[in-house]
Ligand binder design. Structure first.
Ligand SMILES: Nc1ncnc2c1ncn2[C@@H]1O[C@H](COP(=O)(O)OP(=O)(O)OP(=O)(O)O)[C@@H](O)[C@H]1O
Length: 253
């Protein structure tokens, strides 16, 4: 388990933040990559430098279900990783849940994610040897909760996503849609304000994808849900879609 210094906990937003302020405030964000690390130089491709995101601005509020779309290589994952606090911009400003993430250390971003952000991936990433309930409880272990409290909370979350009768099943005994719902329940364990999902319906058949989108729609009532997707059917269920091409927002171009 990770121990946190006082400066780590200081990054967590205060509950006094305004209800109207955006959960995500991204202003003129650029992210460049180089093969050996990040670069401060370059536009588009210069030698080994790639501009994956180019001067992107957006705001996302509580209550919104927002899609991020674009062709392969357009910068969706790069943007999602920034919004999830997994990465920091090369330039520009990015605030997540009233916290300026631009200059946070990796440890401080870990803390921010644990307190405020749930993440769902295309491939679920459940631990195969653990029950659905134990998988959902993993973030609560990191938060230091006792076993009984963790089990109760995990069972309640599985009930919330319609898997109340599957708590002791292992991932291998569940369908793809059920596994994704376990992954969503796990992402919700710490009651995050922000749920980030990368291709959440990519592994699922159409009907199961629809079920997951219905769940996201409900979950966005009292938090923000942001999902990157190639799936136009899933994107049509969102409140709005931010479209990227070559790292640029199409509606800004
Ligand atoms: N770690 C990295 N190092 C170097 N270049 C990278 C890195 N990650 C992404 N890129 C490049 O940045 C650009 C955007 O990539 P990104 O993965 O964000 O696109 P994407 O829209 O998510 O694509 P896909 O739909 O195929 O997942 C691409 O040109 C990609 O090759």
């Amino acid at each position: 388990m990770q121990t946190n210094t006082p400066s780590d906990t200081a990054v967590v937003s205060s509950p006094s933040s305004s209800a109207d302020s955006p959960l995500i405030d991204c202003s003129n964000v650029t992210r460049t990559y180089t093969r050996g690390g990040r670069s401060v130089f370059g536009s588009k491709r210069t030698g080994q430098t790639v501009t994956a995101l180019d001067n992107v601005s957006l705001q996302i509020h509580r209550g919104e279900l927002v899609g991020i779309a674009g062709p392969s290589g357009s910068g969706k994952s790069t943007l999602l990783h920034l919004l999830a606090g997994l990465d920091t911009p090369s330039s520009g400003s990015l605030s997540i849940v009233d916290t300026d993430v631009s200059n946070l250390s990796s440890r401080q971003r870990t803390r921010l994610r644990l307190e405020n952000i749930g993440i769902v991936f295309q491939h679920f990433y459940l631990l195969p040897s653990l029950s659905a309930r134990a998988n959902v409880a993993i973030p609560l272990v990191e938060k230091g909760w006792g076993k009984r409290r963790r089990r109760e909370r995990a069972a309640a979350l599985l009930d919330e996503v319609g898997l109340g009768d599957r708590t002791t099943h292992k991932p291998g005994e569940l369908s793809g849609g059920e596994q994704q719902r376990v992954a969503i329940a796990r992402a919700l364990a710490t009651e995050p304000d922000l749920l980030i999902a990368d291709e959440p319906t990519g592994e699922l058949d159409t009907a199961t994808g629809e079920t997951i989108m219905g769940l996201f729609d409900e979950l966005a009532n009292d938090r923000a849900v942001v999902m990157a997707s190639h799936d136009e059917r899933a994107l049509s269920r969102t409140d709005r879609v931010i479209r990227l091409q070559d790292g640029v927002r199409l509606d800004d171009a």
